[in-house]
Design a protein around this ligand. Sequence first.
Ligand SMILES: *[C@@H]1O[C@H](CO)[C@@H](O)[C@H](O)[C@H]1NC(C)=O
Ligand SMILES: *[C@@H]1O[C@H](CO)[C@@H](O)[C@H](O)[C@H]1NC(C)=O
Length: 143
Amino acid sequence: MKIIGSAIIFTVCLRLAASIRCYECNSSNNSMCLDPTIYDQETVKNFLRSTDCEQGVFSARHKEFFCRKIIQTILHKNHDSEVRVTRGCGWVRHHRDCYKADNEDHLETVCQCFSDHCNRGAVLAGRLTGPLLATISVLVSKF
Ligand SMILES: *[C@@H]1O[C@H](CO)[C@@H](O)[C@H](O)[C@H]1NC(C)=O
Ligand SMILES: *[C@@H]1O[C@H](CO)[C@@H](O)[C@H](O)[C@H]1NC(C)=O
């Protein structure tokens, strides 16, 4: 019985690990994508698309999905810079959970995270400070 129980738990965990849901949006056609945290849950549920990464176009070739949030600041010479946010599934991990990639005409911050709908945070939420991260790690490790 014990073995069967473990096997079931193992299978369930495996399934959970293999399938992650992420918000998918692009602020260029959905302004909610800029900062979903200012809307109530019901509104977010109705207007922010939730994607099962496994069902995506790339699911055949990629297995280890996670959620991503990409903040691009597009620099314009003669007028204000523009912020564009895209959220969705990712599969090429970076060794840091948030990193910057600065190009000539735009600045980019990419954040990755590993639980369902974790990419819903505000633009600045990627900048978790050390103590907060430590607290979260402690909380998570208790499970
Ligand atoms: C977001 O939309 C803009 C305009 O339609 C497009 O140029 C850009 O490639 C899109 N970004 C993503 C990640 O789909
Ligand atoms: C935004 O564009 C993407 C593809 O470019 C589309 O899949 C999505 O449904 C659009 N979202 C809205 C709110 O129109």
